[in-house]
Design a binder for this molecule. Structure first.
Ligand SMILES: NC(=O)C1=CN([C@@H]2O[C@H](COP(=O)(O)OP(=O)(O)OC[C@H]3O[C@@H](n4cnc5c(N)ncnc54)[C@H](O)[C@@H]3O)[C@@H](O)[C@H]2O)C=CC1
Ligand SMILES: O=C(O)CCC(=O)C(=O)O
Length: 313
């Protein structure tokens, strides 16, 4: 047994924990507060988080033994990468584990939006039979605009093609062939906004993508467009989205992610044409089992100084 101590702060699948237990002492402090984390992190060699825990410069400062931070999942916007670099701490993630799960939720949200499934269900539970009012739209033949054509965006494209949708995509960094090979048409940002019937976001939150969907972007969209965000809150300017819903520019929005999480019952969350889920994009048994195993093996590789598959820094 090595002397490594590994702290888990947002839960981890049992298999991942078992793998980690073979090489060190694993402490599960699911739900630990920011203050508690600062007090306790000094004892640990490795920290594993999901999206709840904010790994701030102060955590790196207090983490005097810290060698690696693992994100069981994809987005590392909750980890201060500059501070990690400054303290010589590696950051790793498990980027392949949850792709299918997020793509499936995205398709579910698209269908829920165009057929108003949540409204139909809650009306039934309230004893109302809204058969005449609930006339939806088909996805078939509609144009799906995918913003960010990486792992999840391209998995969404594959599934949406099966629904008979035309796929257009904007990705600032991907070669056009990466999009055409998956049956999509590469377009500019402006074209994507102007041509899409449904827009879905699959890109990271960065300084560049923050508020990418602002009032100007909404103004360029088709009237009656649908929006799905299962990427990150903050990419969409929530005030601009609310205004676009009120004006009728946006027919409906499905949001799995929010600028502040949990957001509380805001005007956006309670809007009748908004469907919300509590950041469950990656939350299936299968995806979490894969993410737990992948991050555990990557953390061990980092602690042992072995080659890494998913080194962020
Ligand atoms: N709702 C949830 O629970 C989950 C959300 N996510 C989010 O989904 C995002 C995408 O995940 P993956 O597809 O695995 O990542 P990826 O890295 O495979 O794909 C992201 C794509 O976005 C593109 N991109 C980056 N900046 C851009 C910009 N300014 N304009 C246009 N395109 C840009 C990249 O070139 C890349 O192709 C993650 O960053 C994460 O924030 C990921 C997992 C679960
Ligand atoms: O792990 C989570 O809770 C969220 C997943 C996610 O957003 C990600 O992996 O980027």
């Amino acid at each position: 047994m090595t002397p490594w101590k590994i702290l888990i702060t947002d839960g981890l699948d049992a298999k991942g924990k078992a793998v980690l237990s073979e090489v060190g002492e694993v402490i599960d402090r699911n739900g630990i507060t920011a203050d508690e984390l600062l007090k306790e992190i000094g004892e640990y060699d490795a920290l594993i988080v999901r999206s709840r825990t904010k790994v701030t410069p102060a955590v790196f400062e207090a983490g005097v033994k810290l060698k690696v931070v693992g994100r069981a999942g994809i987005g590392v916007d909750n980890i201060d990468l500059n501070a990690a670099k400054a303290h010589g701490v590696r950051v790793v993630n498990s980027p392949l584990a949850t792709t299918i799960t997020v793509a499936e939720l995205t398709l579910g949200l698209m269908l829920a939006l165009v057929r108003e499934i949540p409204r139909a269900d809650s009306a039934m539970k309230a004893g109302k039979w809204l058969k005449k009012e609930l006339e939806g739209a088909e996805l078939y033949g509609k144009t799906l605009g995918i913003v960010g054509f990486g792992r999840i965006g391209s998995a969404v494209a594959d599934r949406a093609r099966a629904f008979g949708m035309r796929i257009i995509a904007y990705d600032r960094l991907k070669a056009a062939e990466a999009i055409t090979q998956r049956g999509g048409e590469p377009v500019s940002w402006e074209q994507l906004l102007e041509l899409s019937d449904v827009i879905t976001l699959h890109l990271p939150l960065t300084n560049e993508t923050k508020n990418m969907l602002d009032a100007n972007a909404f103004a360029r969209m088709k009237d009656g467009v649908y929006l799905v965000d299962a990427a990150r809150g903050g990419i969409v300017d929530e005030d601009a989205l609310l205004a676009a819903l009120e004006s009728g520019k946006v027919a409906g929005a499905a949001l799995d992610v929010f600028t502040t999480e949990p957001p509380g019952v805001t005007a956006l969350v309670s809007h009748p044409r908004v469907i919300c889920t509590p950041h469950i994009g990656a939350q299936t048994q299968e995806a979490q089992a894969r993410a737990g195993y992948d991050i555990a093996t990557e953390i061990i590789a980092a602690l042992k100084g072995e080659p890494l598959r998913w080194r962020v820094i």
